[in-house]
Structure formats: C-alpha cells, structure tokens
Design a protein around this ligand. Structure first.
Ligand code: SF4
Length: 338
C-alpha cells in the first residue's frame, strides 16, 4: 500500500485524521489483505478508496515451497507488469528471514548470478519493497510464524536504489507500524563505495553485508565487473570507515566457485584483507548453486576453505543453503527462464 498517497487522499476528502491510522494499522500490524477487510471503515469509504488506489502494490503470481520446508519463494507482479522474486528462509530456531528484491533485474552483471544475466529494468519503489515483506508476513502468519529479519539480498543492487531502499527500511522500522528493529535488517552490496559511506551516516542501525567473493583483484574482476569501478582497496577503505563510524559488524559474503576462488591462495588473500579488523569483520562462506556458469566447490573443500580462514584468525561460518530446489538460493533469483 502507498501510505503517502493514502494520507493525501484522505486529507483531500477531509476525512478525520484517525482514518489514516486505522488503515495503516490494518495493513502493517493486523496484516489485513484487502479494503474489504478494513472493517473499522464504512462500506462506502472502503468502496471509494478501492476505486482510488489499490490495497497492495504487488500481486502474488506463484508461491513455491521448498521440499525441506525451510524456504518459500514468491513470484510477484508489480502494477506495471514487472516481475520480482522474494524468498522467506525459515530457520530451525524459529527466526524467519525475508530476502527482498530492490530492483527489477540488476545492472551489475556478476558472472555467477542469474539475476545479473537478466539485465536491468527499473528500481523498485519503497512501497514495492515493503509490500514484499507484508506478503511474506501474511504467509507466515497463516503458517504459525512471523518475520524476524529482513535482508536486502534478492534481485538488484540496493545501493543503486539508495533512497527508496532507505525509505523502505523506515517503513519496516516504523514503531507505529511494522516495528521491525533496524538491527534485524541487513543491506547487502556488491561493493558500491558511495552507498557504504552514505549508510555509515544513517541514524538507523542496519547491518551491512558485502558480496566480496574474492580478495584477489584479478579473480574478483573476472566474476564481478564492479571491481573495475570500485577496486578492492577503495571498497575496503569504505568498509573500514563504516565499521569505525558505526562500530557494527560487517559481513563478507563469499560464494565458493570450484577452481576459481576456493584455493589456499584465495583464502590467504581473504585473511590478509580481513585480519586488521577481525573484531568487526565476519566471513560467510556460501555454497554456490549451479546456474550453469560455474561449478560449486564440493563440501569437503568448502569446509577446508573455512578451516584456512580460522587458521588465519578470521571469524568465518559455512552458511547453510535454503531453497535450492525452488531456485531460491543465492545467485538463483531470476524471473526469466534459465
Ligand atoms: S549478485 Fe547481486 S549485484 Fe551481482 S548481479 Fe546478482 S543481484 Fe546484481
């Protein structure tokens, strides 16, 4: 729902101010899914507003549940027909993380990523981002859960849609609305220096994740063209500034690609990059999911890579995967056929 437009429309109609609060609560707290469900309003007002604007920004086209029951993927259509995907990861400890998209497609062309192969269509609005979480929250409510975390790690580069992403963070964080604590929200970037420095100045205490995937310049440029614009040195300088200003942990995401970035030399380069700030840096080593370009590093060598990082004194975790069978895992989101 576009809450800004709702407020303006109600003011233009000279409705009492509390009507806005009733609708906002119904949408963001009670998770009501249509104008008809807004029973604190008269039938006439509901019908008039339904003519004026839609309740949801997104329509669910498909809901896919992973066999293991630990992941759900939604395919949404925006009002202009653009399609996006959102994933809910259901953790064993009852946490539910919603992975939202911030753009339709992505311009960054990371070689391992199905979204990157789609190209870029447009930025999402804050309302379209927020609605992904609202839909996930409705689904979770029906299945005995609630949203505990939101990560901006779906389709798109959030820092290239900075203002709308931050507006959506504020919608999520709003104490009179959805009320998700900023510390439960993470923004991931492929390494946009300007965005990292801007985020360091924000009052909201959101977490930062950096998709690094190699600490060796030539390897990183091969798999992430952004490295030519923002080389590792400038990226790490920005991350260090962020860590110093916020005193918050930074997570480095590292997908293991067989024979590309999983060697001992690559692990040593990563240790060298992170060691100076190991109190605040953490590496998440992730299984790659075959999108027909690279081959995943086998499990024993993934564990070996993590051991090399530990031996070098770096906090690192081999992260488990969610929803591989429904193409919901890292690097797999794409609304066009593969
Ligand atoms: S990994 Fe992220 S930044 Fe890179 S192409 Fe995919 S969606 Fe874009």
């Amino acid at each position: 729902m576009d809450l800004v437009r709702l407020g303006t429309t109600l003011r233009d109609r000279k409705e009492p101010a509390f009507r806005f609060g009733q609708a906002k609560k119904a949408f963001t707290v009670d998770l009501v899914d249509s104008w008809e469900g807004l029973t604190t309003w008269s039938k006439t007002l509901r019908a008039d507003m339904a003519e004026e604007m839609s309740w949801d920004e997104l329509t669910v086209l498909e809901t896919l549940e992973g066999k293991a029951g630990d992941a759900v993927k939604f395919l949404f259509a925006c009002e202009d027909g653009a399609k996006i995907e959102t994933v809910v990861m259901r953790h064993e400890d009852d946490r539910n993380t919603v992975c939202v998209s911030s753009q339709v497609g992505c311009p960054m062309k990371c070689a391992f990523c199905a979204t990157g192969a789609m190209g870029f269509t447009r930025n999402l609005t804050a309302e379209e981002i927020f609605d992904q979480v609202i839909h996930a929250a409705r689904w979770l409510e029906k299945h005995g859960g609630k949203v505990t975390n939101v990560v901006y790690m779906g389709m798109g580069e959030p820092m290239h849609n900075y203002d709308e992403v931050m507006r959506s963070v504020r919608l999520l964080n709003d104490g009179e609305g959805f009320s998700l604590g900023a510390r439960h929200i993470s923004i991931s970037t492929c390494g946009i220096v300007a965005g990292i420095l801007k985020l360091a100045e924000e009052p909201e205490q959101v977490n930062l994740a950096v998709s690094l995937h190699s600490a060796v310049p030539a390897t990183r440029t091969r798999i992430m063209p952004v490295n030519e614009v923002y080389p590792i040195d400038s990226l790490m300088k920005a991350v260090a500034t962020y860590a110093e200003k916020t005193n918050r942990k930074v997570f480095f995401e590292y997908l293991l690609l067989d024979g590309i970035n999983d060697t001992k030399k690559e692990a040593a380069a990563l240790v060298k990059l992170m060691i100076k700030n190991k109190r605040l840096y953490h590496a998440n080593v992730i299984k790659y999911h075959d999108t027909h370009v690279f081959t995943p590093t086998p499990r024993d060598r993934r564990l070996q890579f993590v051991t090399w990082l530990h031996e070098g004194g770096i906090p690192a975790t081999a992260r488990r995967s969610f929803g591989e069978d429904i193409h919901a895992a890292c690097g797999q989101l794409a609304t066009e056929k593969r």
